[in-house]
Ligand binder design. Structure first.
Ligand SMILES: C[C@](O)(CO)[C@H](O)COP(=O)(O)OP(=O)(O)OC[C@H]1O[C@@H](n2ccc(N)nc2=O)[C@H](O)[C@@H]1O
Ligand SMILES: Nc1ncnc2c1ncn2[C@@H]1O[C@H](COP(=O)(O)OP(=O)(O)OP(=O)(O)O)[C@@H](O)[C@H]1O
Length: 297
């Protein structure tokens, strides 16, 4: 018997970053939006814990105990006195190390799949607590939709979304390390007063009303200067999408994926074609949001 779970990627439509805390994490006002690019995580009983991964970026995914999917299975099994002997297969479609929470998606997916396979009876709150231990983005991968994350991004409040948004994601060659991007943020802001992060009312209104033009005007990413500093070529990708008519362009989370908001599906197709022709990215993916969180297939 196998259990398969489908889990979405995310884009941060607002990422307000505060000063580094004593524990090294940064306080955030992080508005997550789930987008319709998915990994599928399948768990099957096996003789030992084993991970496999398929998909174009599979070679970049660690297949040892550092994989967030393995860590999720071990964490759930440990709490319920279960031996985590499962084969976890990840069918990966979310760009790796791209700022779209692909690893987090696999962590949330493996957790939900193992929970169903082992019938642990864990509550939603227990699953969310395990997600928060695994990483700041993991709780959102479980819930999907849209949410405001505070603390280090793990404390979620759902956000209403009143329409469909059309996106293009330009996948860059190679990844960016999330800790390195936060370190670069610290370097760039050293000696300045970093304001307390707060959610933007205009942004939340734009999501609630499903207004693309208003969302385009309100998008912001406090990590964008750091990602551009580490990967200056991303400016060319952003410019290529804007020239092609994107309503807005920004770096997705810690990057290096760049995100382009489009008026509708036809505009998204045009932006994606122009990005591919520009030679400034490895791939251009079209997706809509919001998308549901981790769900059993
Ligand atoms: C950039 C974002 O993807 C935006 O949603 C997240 O803030 C990153 O979330 P994540 O990948 O789940 O990150 P974690 O696994 O929790 O942390 C990895 C590293 O990122 C940095 N980190 C992460 C979250 C946060 N609020 N402050 C940080 O400084 C820390 O150096 C941490 O050691
Ligand atoms: N299941 C997984 N899939 C991909 N990477 C994983 C996984 N588990 C652990 N990793 C490690 O995590 C690193 C970051 O990969 P991931 O795809 O999660 O980045 P990301 O999308 O930038 O994350 P985020 O947006 O949450 O900061 C990878 O380089 C890899 O070493």
């Amino acid at each position: 018997m196998s259990v398969t779970v489908r889990v979405p990627a995310k884009v941060n439509v607002q990422l307000a970053v505060g000063a580094a805390r004593p524990d090294g994490f940064h306080g955030l006002a992080n508005v997550f939006l789930a987008v319709g690019l998915y990994d599928e995580v399948t768990v099957t009983p096996a003789d030992e814990l084993r991970i496999t991964c398929s998909g174009p970026d599979a070679a970049q995914v660690p297949l040892d105990a550092t994989n967030l999917a393995a860590r999720a299975a071990i964490a759930l099994a440990g709490r319920h006195g279960i031996d985590p002997r499962v084969h976890i297969h990840i069918a990966k479609d979310i760009p790796v190390a791209g700022g779209m929470a692909g690893g987090s998606a696999d962590g949330a997916g493996a957790l939900l799949a193992c929970d169903a396979l082992w019938s642990t009876g864990a509550t939603r709150d227990e699953l969310l607590a395990i997600c928060a231990e695994l990483g700041s983005d993991v709780p959102f991968s479980l819930v999907g939709g849209a949410a405001l994350g505070v603390g280090r991004g793990e404390q979620l409040t759902p956000v209403e979304v009143g329409g469909t948004f059309h996106w293009v994601f330009a996948v860059a060659d190679g990844g960016l390390s999330t800790p390195a991007v936060y370190r670069e943020f610290d370097r760039l802001t050293a000696g300045t007063r970093v304001p307390e992060p707060a959610a933007s009312g205009a942004l939340l209104d734009a999501l609630r009303t499903g207004d693309t033009a208003a969302l385009a005007a309100a998008l912001s990413n406090g990590l964008q200067p750091a990602a551009l500093s580490l990967r200056p070529s991303l400016a060319d990708t952003l410019a290529a999408g804007t020239t092609a008519g994107a309503a807005a362009a920004l770096v997705s989370g810690s990057g290096p994926t760049t995100a382009f908001l489009a008026e509708d599906g036809a505009a998204a197709r045009k932006v994606a074609d122009a990005l591919m022709a520009s030679g400034t990215c490895r791939d251009a993916r079209i997706a809509t949001s919001p998308a549901p969180g981790a769900s059993l297939c």
